[in-house]
Design a binder for this molecule. Structure first.
Ligand SMILES: [Zn+2]
Length: 302
């Protein structure tokens, strides 16, 4: 969740619910590794102008039509984590991650109680990740830092206990995130959600075996450093995400984002990395399966 990177006018436009047109489909299927379907539907409406009676199905259908055939629904508090776990149990193309967002944790009266709820959800079969968790020096001040760090450490422990992928939110806190991961010992799979570092930080994350998930920010004119970071990341450590309804790619900044806009970001990533589009899609898809899959085990209907 990266709401605060938007200006007030961008937020207002996003709320107005003018979803961008549907882009050209990708040649091969990919996933959206990080989306907030609950926030998208409640703040911006139904992506792709589908059936308002079932906005989740509509969001899934319009995404699948352009080759985005799997989604990871990301929790930010107990309620959204519970909701995500339920949705993942109902729709075979959705998997969930559960967590208390780093800007949410310091505001909780009972952090320990909330962490126990997250832990209970983390063991569910359709919950494959713990996140988004991490550190945020942009929106949380010094007064909230201790609780934020305590929450991050607890999430790392939960991810390891259940063998789940850790989904990291890192806002202006690269050094803190690495220090705490080193101190606790990172889980087997770590995803740097909405990767926001430069080439040097990307190289450090690559060396540690982390996955770098690139969002619509990689399409922004000002994001040269991010494109440099993408260019040095091996194809098998790249993921792609929307963070919808936030971070809508160029040329639709300020309008609401949704998983069906992933092709815009994948094409920008292909341009930045020099990778063949087919090959990039295949790599992203395989990395997504490694981090979160499989999406379609026998017995999950819907
Ligand atoms: Zn997010």
């Amino acid at each position: 969740m990266s709401e605060s990177t938007e200006s007030r006018s961008q937020r207002a436009a996003r709320r107005a619910g003018e979803f961008p047109p549907v882009p050209e489909p990708l040649p091969r299927p990919v996933l959206d590794s990080h989306t907030h379907l609950d926030i998208t539907v409640s703040e911006a409406g139904v992506p792709g102008g589908g059936d308002p009676a079932d906005p989740v199905a509509a969001a899934i259908d319009v995404a699948a039509a352009v080759g985005v055939d799997r989604l990871v629904q990301v929790g930010v508090d107990v309620a959204s984590s519970r909701w995500g776990a339920e949705v993942a149990g109902s729709y075979p193309v959705v998997l969930a991650t559960v967590a208390l967002h780093p800007n949410e944790a310091p505001r909780l009266a009972d952090l320990d109680g909330a962490l126990r709820e997250i832990e209970a959800l983390a063991g569910q079969e359709r919950v494959r990740g713990v996140g988004e968790t991490g550190m945020d020096r942009y929106r949380t001040g010094d007064e909230g830092r201790a609780a934020q760090e305590e929450s991050f450490r607890a999430h790392i422990a939960i991810a390891k206990r259940y063998g789940r992928t850790l989904v990291i939110h890192d806002r202006d806190a690269h050094a803190d995130v690495l220090r705490i991961l080193d101190d606790e010992g990172a889980p087997d799979t770590v995803v740097m959600h909405c990767f926001s570092g430069d080439a040097e930080f990307a190289a450090e994350c690559v060396r540690r075996g982390y996955l770098l998930s690139f969002a619509g920010t990689v399409t922004f004119a000002s994001a040269g450093a991010l494109r440099e970071a993408a260019a040095l990341t091996p194809l098998d450590q790249i993921l792609v995400e929307t963070d919808a309804p936030y971070l809508t790619p160029v040329p639709y900044r300020g309008r609401p984002n949704a998983s069906y806009l992933i092709p815009l970001t994948v094409r920008a990533l292909a341009a930045a990395t020099g990778a063949d589009l087919d090959e990039l899609c295949a790599a992203i898809s395989a990395t997504g399966e490694r981090a979160f899959g499989p999406w379609h085990p026998a017995g999950v209907g819907g």
